[in-house]
Design a protein around this ligand. Structure first.
Ligand code: BDR
Ligand code: CA
Length: 311
């Protein structure tokens, strides 16, 4: 573990969160301090159960799972069962009863404890609404100086939203948390938005390249509903690997191009709540608070994903 990156993965597991978990664990690149769960695609209890199931699938049930916030900071939960299925992971592990259960503790406190214990060593990757990190920063504002880096999947800066015409799900589900995290002053904050995640499409061909039968079977089955939905909208059997792309950047930043901008999130609008606004022309004259992913090498990402699953 000595020279492995210390990682906390914050998830609302979720079909694509689950594949992000598989990537993080199977890559063997990380000293996994823990998985923290949050209300998002599904309830925090369902996200926790799904996380435990996925960890058991890859015999990684020694990784701590700590349950987090059951609601967004101020709003009611907005679940996405239409996209992720009744259980949140496309029904692929619906009959599995994991032995693993959540460990004691509350995710925001766990994040604070670990980051302060391992100052400047912990990478945080967040693939759900930013509620847990927002709560952690509220309780311990100096946390920002002790995190190594933060990478989050959320928002879209140049395209359409996936929940409303302008908002991506994670920033829509808890816009106040997203705003708080963006405004907190993290020295290294990378945003992985729909602008790039829509370019990493898991197709049948790519699933066929996974030779590990257990994982290929799981990924094919769990993404079936997700790919069906994409087909209905776009005429192609595929689904976007939003959350795995965020995880992959903790392994290899060269997969994307980034540019620093000032970024904020709308919280007070009838039509635009959850919209991410990127000040491309520096018109607000505010500090550039986010490394925005502007492009991705999709083939290189899938090489990493598939090779990791086959390792
Ligand atoms: C994000 O929202 C969720 O549905 C996915 O898990 C991903 O984190 C994409 O907008
Ligand atoms: Ca997610």
């Amino acid at each position: 573990m000595a020279n492995k990156k210390k990682l906390i993965l914050d998830v609302d597991t979720g079909i694509d969160d689950a594949i992000g978990i598989l990537l993080a664990v199977k890559s063997q690149q990380f000293d996994m301090l823990g998985m923290t769960t949050v209300c998002g695609n599904v309830s925090v209890d369902a996200a926790t159960l799904n996380t435990c199931k996925v960890l058991e699938l890859v015999e990684a049930d020694d990784i701590p799972v700590i349950k987090g916030s059951a609601t967004p900071l101020l709003r009611a939960p907005h679940y996405e069962h239409r996209v992720h299925g009744e259980d949140g992971i496309g029904g692929a592990l619906k009959d599995v009863e994991p032995k693993k259960t959540a460990d004691a503790g509350f995710a925001p406190d766990f994040i604070i404890d670990q980051v302060m214990q391992y100052s400047k060593q912990v990478t945080l990757v967040l693939t759900g609404p930013l509620t847990n990190l927002a709560l952690a920063v509220k309780k311990c504002p100096e946390l920002i100086h002790h995190v190594k880096e933060v990478i989050f999947m959320g928002g879209v800066v140049q395209g359409q939203g996936n929940v409303t015409p302008v908002a991506e799900f994670n920033t829509y589900a808890d816009p106040e948390a997203a705003k708080l995290v963006l405004d907190a002053g993290f020295p290294t904050l990378t945003q992985v938005g729909l602008d790039v995640t829509r370019k990493v499409l898991l197709t049948d061909e790519r699933i066929d390249a996974i030779q590990n039968e257990t994982l290929a079977h799981y990924i094919r089955e769990s993404t079936s509903i997700y790919r069906q939905r994409y087909f209905e909208r776009n005429g192609l059997w595929a689904c976007a690997m939003h959350d795995p792309l965020a995880v992959s950047l903790a392994i290899d930043k060269q997969l994307v191009s980034t540019q620093a901008f000032h970024v904020d999130v709308e919280t007070k609008s009838e039509f635009c709540d959850g919209q991410m606004i990127c000040d491309f022309q520096h018109q607000w004259k505010k500090e550039r608070n986010v490394q925005v992913c502007t492009d991705v090498d999709a083939d290189a990402f899938f090489d990493l994903l598939i090779n990791t699953m086959n390792a």
